[in-house]
Design a protein around this ligand. Sequence first.
Ligand code: RBV
Length: 429
Amino acid sequence: MTETEYPPISEQLDDLESAREEGRRKMDWAAQHMPILERVREEFVANQPFAGERIGMAMHVEAKTAMLVETLAEGGAEVAVTGCNPLSTHDDVSAALDTHENITSYAKRGVDDDEYYAAIEAVIAHEPTITVDDGMDLVAAIHEDYPELIDGIIGGAEETTTGVHRLRAMDDDGALEYPVFAVNDTPMKRLFDNVHGTGESSLASIAMTTNLSWAGKNVVVSGYGYCGKGVAKKAAGQNANVIVTEVEPRRALEAHMEGYEVMPMAEAAAVGDVFLTTTGNRDVIVEEHFEKMGDGVLLANAGHFDIEIDLEALDDLAVDRYEARDGVEAYELDDGRTLNVIAEGRLVNLAAPVSLGHPVEVMDQSFGIQAVCVREMLENGDEYDAGVYDVPDELDKEIAEIKLEAEGVDFDSLTETQREYMSAWDHGT
Ligand code: RBV
């Protein structure tokens, strides 16, 4: 193992003991609501599928993620973990994880760019045989700076839409040199984590950060993908008037048929009270839009990176800037209007001071998929060449069945006749 200078969290905190205790308490709470990971962990403890493996992870290090990290470590892996966003780490949870003999945690909240990447390098210095990413920063750093490690890497798994998008672009360029599962693209992830998780946690974080109501507000949701759909639906459920902006004609139509107003951002800018971006693209809200916005609007982003709202342009327009509340930066313009940016335009459900990330139940599903993907990569890694892979449907169903059982929900199975009917082509009228 190569040494780097960057220290684990335990060497960075003053009151380590109480941090560890509080982190553990948060994890215990999460664990009570994560039946899937509990089941998977029992299997891993018994079978030790990861014995001798080193797993490198860059994820939002908070209580639920910690349960995934522990589950992999309990399965025999040595795990090195860091954050995937400078503001989403819970230091206490990071410290609690770092006490585990198989886990080293470098995640720390509020790191600058240099520290963020130094922590990623510290994870890479453990020479992982498997990578687990949320946003692809680990895969990117390995390919760019440590290509000599690629031969020793069996494969990886990627959590989020933006990461999968980046991986596919990399693969199209012929630059991706090991196999990675697109965890994001499974039904068990997308239909729950992206829709309900992003919807609930983004709105909850904004409400808690501002103490303002949704009812009667014009809420502009940019992007009507899975995340945008969740945000729009939940905002409408809280009595907001939802306006959707889109660039894809069928999604724009879908939003229209769902009953939302659809219009270009240039028009929405003038009427919105709250703006929430979920596109995964850059420059969604820019100078021309700031110029049209009303006094006191709220601006927030739920996409993975902080590039959707052009904060540099806003800063240039502003004559003054101040922290209006914890997690709210007010930008005062020369005509007297104030535009409020929440959580520095970073993903609001994790990066505001009060944010807790997605609800526990949906992360149990997403991390259940992560866990079985790592198992699959180790069991059948030979079957996967370099590239991005859909998660085998059987694994996704396995997780769904565990969840249904835990919820006490029974469902039907096909009869033999039905199965035959569904595979036959010669039954007409
Ligand atoms: N996400 N993680 C959390 N650990 O609290 N909340 C959301 C958490 C993930 C989610 O799966 C999404 O795809 C990704 O964060 C965006 O970075």
